[in-house]
Write a new protein. Sequence first.
Length: 381
Amino acid sequence: MSSARTGAGQAPPRTTTAPARIDRQARNLAWVTVGVPTLGTAAAIVFAAHYGFTWIDALLLVVMYAITSLGVEGGFHRFFSHRSFAAGPVVTTLWGIAGSMAAQGPVVFWVAIHRQHHAFTDKDGDPHSPRALGPGLAGRLRGFWHGHVGWLFTVQRQDWARRAPDMVRDRLVMRLNQYYFVWVLAGLALPALAGWLLSGGTTHGAVGGLLWGGLARIFLLDHVTWAVNSIGHTIGHRPYRTRDTSRNVAPLAAISVGGSWHNNHHARPSLAHNRHNLLQIDPTGAVIRALDALGLVHDARYPDRMRPHPTTRHPTPHPPDPHTPAPDDPATPAPDNRTTPTPDRPEPAPEPAPRTPEQSAPAPHHTGHAPKPVSHREEGS
């Protein structure tokens, strides 16, 4: 594997975040987001040492991890952030609840942060770039820690609606956002209840379900997600010469449900599938493909070689994929960190056939009516 700071993938050092601009509310929430699952995982290990790690504990850990990891990667990431496929209100709600149960932040916050990452990848303004924070090994380690988890404590105060205006205008999404803490608590209560039922109504089963299917599961998924931010911009393979340090990290592919094909994603962020060759594992893409075949999602954007045969469905118009920062931002860089077209460089008028995935897929909508085109020059992705 190659270093992220050599050759075309080199990223310059950056300065630390100005303390006066740090969002104190977000920082306080970060202590809960990071601290509670960490303590819960320690408690789960102690509990297992005293009472054993049962098949019920293992089952609930795996099932809840699968649901919430797909909710983050398929829901928050590919669906809400990049609009790589469309869905009706019921499926949209399920994606939103599954992603929220991961306890990585409300959907609007998650989408806004991710779009900002794409707009400023590995430049000043990227909220979680692992670029060096000083000279030498110490500076590189500080940068890596920042990119992994430290950034949560230095989130800058800003208007999240500015990065995700389409989310704010969607009433269903805002309801999901409003009840974020309800979904988080549901993600803890469900495995506890399931553990109680599967164990024949024992307290041991309920506590094991809460600890392993709830808190330890959140802890594990958090660090896998954050590893894509840190490791995925530090070591790995770069099949695409993107103007950032994104890497494909094959060992994380299964547990990140396809999210660790990070260079693939930065090269073509609008696609619903991160697997660009037959040897790459993308469970999220497989699930989206299955839902598409069942008619539960539609207008999914696939790599050209994976596109299904044309159907009679008529795609609804949609705005360009929101990847460009606001034009009045003095720190806005040129949108040169991607290989796909941006709103600043519009695509030519689509040909009748064939059409690229970016040209053919609409944005998801939940009201039964096609959304009005919006300007995504006010968004970052």
